[in-house]
Design a protein around this ligand. Sequence first.
Ligand code: HEC
Ligand code: HEC
Length: 335
Amino acid sequence: MRKIILFLLSSILLTIGCKDVKALKEGTDKESSKEEVLEAEAMHPGKGLMERECYICHNPKASEVHMIAPPMAMIKLHYIDSGTTKEQFTRAMVHWLNDPQQESKIPYAVERFGSMPYIPYPEKVIEQITDYMYDHELDRPDWFADYLENDKQGAENTLEKYNYATAGNAEKRYANKGLGHTLAAKAQLGRNLMKAINEKGAQGAVEFCNVKAIPLTDSVSVMRNAAIKRVTDKPRNPQNQASGKELEHITFFKEQIASDKNVEPIVEIHDDEVSFYYPITTNTMCLQCHGSPNEQIEPETLAVLRNLYPKDKAIGYEINELRGIWSINFETDSE
Ligand code: HEC
Ligand code: HEC
């Protein structure tokens, strides 16, 4: 079934793609009007070409459910590293577009989305697109853009685990949506926390978390039109104490993590609202503030923590333990 849909989809898109390419060839043959010239000057030609030719599938604005190919920013990440020249990048792209059946640099994308259909782009078009891609920041989908910056591998694992392209039933669709919310919130917190630690050390970053953690999560809630919370059985801030139902889910996730099971989000669909739960686990970075006092937590940091959180229960963690869960509520889709 999935194959058929993908096939139909790519045939439709392929038709659009070909038409566009034809129009494009005609366009370059025609005399450009003065307006067009001005427009072209104002904007890199590769930008419009990329948006028209490639965004049909590689659209960074597509919701996670509607994505049918990895966003261009992700492709760039896999094709350009610090040593790649523009010429090398262009050659690699021309090479790819001439034969998208060749060995992929992003194998999980092939697995996820199926392979890219061959579309006969004129070499000139590809060159303009790659010229633009190489020199400019590309749009990133809001649900994992920043996350990607902090944790490339993590984002890939997430993408790999949840098949955004084929999420058919409501539960899966809402799981993807909820996951998108956690990625956005994680990115917001992660980026700001990383910055605070770099600037002020763990000790200074504690104060940052104290003041900012909840407002930052709230700001993502507003952005994503969802109620996003981090809750836990062992809170640092008493406001983050998990409720009865959340505690049940915490117990369940703990068992799963302990037995090395693949953890799936929990999705509960009510009349017009969805409740979504997903584990928050620890990594090395967290232990500076959630590890064992005087082993991972420095005495200065501990002093600040004790002062701000006299009833702190969120210490003594090791890596890959359940620190808490995302507890997110949002409206059901109106059909
Ligand atoms: C009809 C849909 C579609 C269009 C249009 C399309 N792509 Fe793709 N592309 C895909 C899919 C699906 C994948 C993921 C599968 C893969 O990696 O092979 C992909 C992957 C890629 C990759 C990753 C290759 C790798 O190593 O895996 C590159 C590079 C790429 N596309 C470039 C482009 C460029 C540049 C354009 C526009 C000129 C474009 N694509 C237009 C569907 C499309
Ligand atoms: C610089 C110190 C610091 C680091 C590093 C840190 N945290 Fe925290 N964490 C805090 C503080 C302070 C709070 C309380 C925030 C508040 O008052 O809202 C907190 C709260 C939390 C909460 C909310 C529940 C509660 O206990 O109040 C979770 C969940 C959490 N942290 C997980 C993590 C994870 C996962 C990591 C690593 C990826 C991490 N933290 C890294 C300091 C830190």
